[in-house]
Design a protein around this ligand. Structure first.
Ligand code: ADP
Ligand code: MG
Ligand code: MG
Length: 258
């Protein structure tokens, strides 16, 4: 069983300390909700796990099945099975979704492939892409569009979910996959995530301010981040409480963290 383990993680952006000792352990097959007020460090944690260059780890460790993740380049992290859908994805004009996904999928499935060697064969790839898109009730035309170029909020999220379905990572971090979506789109996203990533299939770390995304993905664990630390961990009732009542109780209970 795969385990992603974060211990005493300290991360700075520029010279500013953001994460100040994060501990979090996830098993494959578990769903964890990561909550906390804006600016508490949730996205920073995700970006540090993925190896974003602007986020400097100054102390602590991240391991996947005992392997040192911090020693890996970002694309190696993707290859060993880590995935993050970005909160503000960048547009890649001139690259079609299908081509982008074919490269990304090849990178993950053929770890020993050298630069310039063959990608996953087109026919095999197209078939799988089409099957997955139909399964997710996506229009296959969508794959011909340029990556995130002129995508609506809902289309960006659908693109993320398609990436998740194609890459089948061991652990996926979904950073506010519901932001800017209407209720129907969130429900569809929630169902799709449950179908491709739910129970048993991967470890999910879901960052969300809304309860709808968790509807089909009830978290076994909910973590609350405040001031760059996880100050409380509970079950799904903790997510429900925070959705209902906000962070006042947390702020009062941990004044030194805020
Ligand atoms: P959250 O996702 O919980 O809203 P973030 O991780 O985005 O929080 O941000 C945590 C803190 O780190 C904030 O004070 C934010 O301003 C700062 N921060 C994060 N990324 C950057 C960055 N690239 N440049 C400067 N400050 C950053
Ligand atoms: Mg935020
Ligand atoms: Mg964020």
């Amino acid at each position: 069983k795969h385990v992603l383990k974060i211990e005493n993680l300290h991360v700075s952006v520029g010279d500013k300390p953001i994460l100040r000792g994060v501990n979090l352990s996830m098993n494959h097959g578990e769903t964890h909700a990561l909550m906390g007020p804006n600016g508490s460090g949730k996205s920073t944690l995700g970006l540090a796990i993925m190896g974003h260059p602007g986020y400097e780890v100054t102390d602590g460790s991240i391991t996947l099945d005992g392997q040192d993740v911090l020693a890996m380049e970002p694309n190696e992290r993707a290859r060993v099975g880590l995935f993050m859908a970005f909160q503000r994805p960048v547009a890649v004009p001139g690259v079609k979704m299908a081509d982008f996904l074919r490269h990304a999928t090849t990178n993950v499935r053929r770890p020993d492939r050298k630069e310039g060697e063959d990608l996953i064969p087109m026919r095999e790839f197209r078939k799988e892409l089409k099957d997955k898109m139909q399964h997710l009730r996506m229009d296959v035309e969508f794959a011909r569009r340029y990556v995130n170029d002129g995508f609506s909020g809902g289309e960006m999220k659908r693109a993320e979910i398609l990436q998740l379905a194609m890459l089948q990572p061991k652990f996926a971090i979904l950073d506010e996959t519901d932001s800017g979506l209407d209720a129907d789109a969130v429900r569809l996203a929630s169902e799709s995530i449950a179908e491709i990533g739910g129970r048993e299939k991967m470890g999910l770390l879901i960052i969300t301010h809304h309860d709808k995304l968790l509807e089909h993905n009830p978290p076994e664990f909910t973590h609350v981040m405040l001031g760059g630390r996880i100050v409380e961990t509970g079950g799904k009732e903790l997510a429900e409480e925070l959705h209902r009542s906000g962070y006042d109780r947390i702020r009062k209970a941990y004044p030194e963290a805020d």
